[in-house]
Design a protein around this ligand. Structure first.
Ligand SMILES: NC(=O)c1ccc[n+]([C@@H]2O[C@H](COP(=O)([O-])OP(=O)(O)OC[C@H]3O[C@@H](n4cnc5c(N)ncnc54)[C@H](OP(=O)(O)O)[C@@H]3O)[C@@H](O)[C@H]2O)c1
Length: 253
């Protein structure tokens, strides 16, 4: 993909990976529209020169309004990134976990589907473009502390595969970004010293995105062990290792 002259809407770019990729696309020459719920951060991004549009992916009306605003200002929009996501630990022995599970699926999986549905007619209508979905290494190798999160991201992967097949022949590409653990704040870097630095991750992502044809999946080196654990026969051992983190759940201490 040529990252230098795209018109990109990143849904979920007020912080973290989305914010960094917004900066990278803009630095490469693309026009970037950023979306999210936090209006204070949207205001800061607008001050930095981004077009900023409020959007809540759990609300179809909000997505439709954002879509109308984006397409009115940027009728040449050719790329949408469905970055919005939340990560919530859940203890499945605590019935109260269901609320977290519902919120996670509503944001990460249904939110992705709502955003794609809102923009697919436009992309098909213009005869080309790209949908970049965002799953996770955890969608391929569960982190048992976050069960619904893992399910939501496995869902995003499966959905991306089906979407690609359904859009075949329309000129609209589907590319799945599969991040491993990425430290988006100093606190996260301290909590998980093995997490990738955001800037290094973003550099690797932009390098991979520029390949032609655009890869179906953006797999930085740090996610390969998650992505291919089943194929490589390391799955059970790695899930057992990752299960040790269950001790961090408040009910298990
Ligand atoms: N960092 C990692 O280690 C990692 C690893 C694998 C995958 N990922 C995935 O990468 C994506 C970005 O994560 P991040 O680590 O950068 O987290 P982050 O800093 O918390 O960013 C999440 C983004 O999603 C937006 N968002 C959340 N709920 C939303 C909603 N209902 N409607 C619209 N936007 C919403 C947030 O904006 P507002 O709060 O302003 O709405 C924010 O811009 C997520 O999908 C995450 O699952 C992250």
């Amino acid at each position: 993909m040529d990252i230098s002259k795209r018109t990109v809407f990143i849904v979920g770019a007020t912080s973290g990976i989305g914010h960094e990729l917004a900066r990278r696309f803009a630095a490469a020459g693309s026009t970037v529209i950023v979306g999210g719920r936090r209006t204070d951060l949207l205001g800061q991004l607008a001050a930095e020169g981004f077009a900023a549009v409020p959007v809540d992916v759990t609300d179809s009306g909000s997505i439709d309004r954002a879509r109308d605003t984006v397409l009115r200002g940027y009728p040449g929009l050719d790329t949408i990134v469905t970055m919005s996501g939340i990560m919530i630990p859940e203890d499945l022995r605590d019935p109260a976990h269901f609320g977290a599970a519902q919120q996670t699926i509503d944001t990460n999986l249904l939110g992705t589907i709502r955003a794609i549905d809102a923009f697919t007619p436009h992309l098909i209508g213009r005869g080309g473009g790209a949908i970049i979905t965002v799953s996770s290494g955890i969608g391929f190798l569960p982190f048992p502390v976050m069960p619904a999160y893992a399910a939501s991201k496995a869902g995003v992967h499966a959905y991306s595969e089906a979407l690609r097949a359904q859009l075949d022949g329309t000129g609209v590409e589907v590319c799945e970004l599969v991040p491993p653990a990425v430290a988006t704040t100093p606190e996260q870097a301290q909590l998980n010293p093995r997490a990738l630095k955001l800037s290094e991750f973003a550099t690797e992502v932009m390098d991979l995105l520029q390949a032609d044809p655009t890869p179906r999946e953006i797999l930085v080196k740090g996610v390969l062990m998650h992505r291919w654990a089943e194929r490589d026969g390391t799955y059970e051992e790695l899930v057992a290792q990752r299960s040790q983190a269950l001790a961090m759940l408040p009910g298990r201490r």
